[in-house]
Design a protein. Sequence first.
Length: 94
Amino acid sequence: MSKDHTNHVSCPKCSWQPDGQAHWKCKCGHTWDMFSTGGRCPACLRQWEKTRCPPKAGGCNSWSPHLEWYGDLQGWLIEELRYLPEITTQRKDQ
C-alpha cells in the first residue's frame, strides 16, 4: 500500500492539487505545507479548520473546510487495499 495519498487531496472548488510546497502562512507568521500536518501549524499548533486555495500557486483563492480537501479517502483506501495480498483464513474445524 502506498503511503502517498497526496495525489487524492485537492481543492473542493477548483480541483487544484497541493504540490508539497509551503504555500500557507499561519497567523503566527510560519509558512508551511498545510497538508504535511493535517492543517495544524507546526510552529504554534493552531489547527486550521478552513484552508485557502493558494492563488500564487495556481489555485482559486477560495476558502473551504480543510477536511473537504481530502475528498473520498474511503474510495482511495478501497482502491489501495486491492493491491494487498489476499488474506485467507481457514478455521481448523472446516
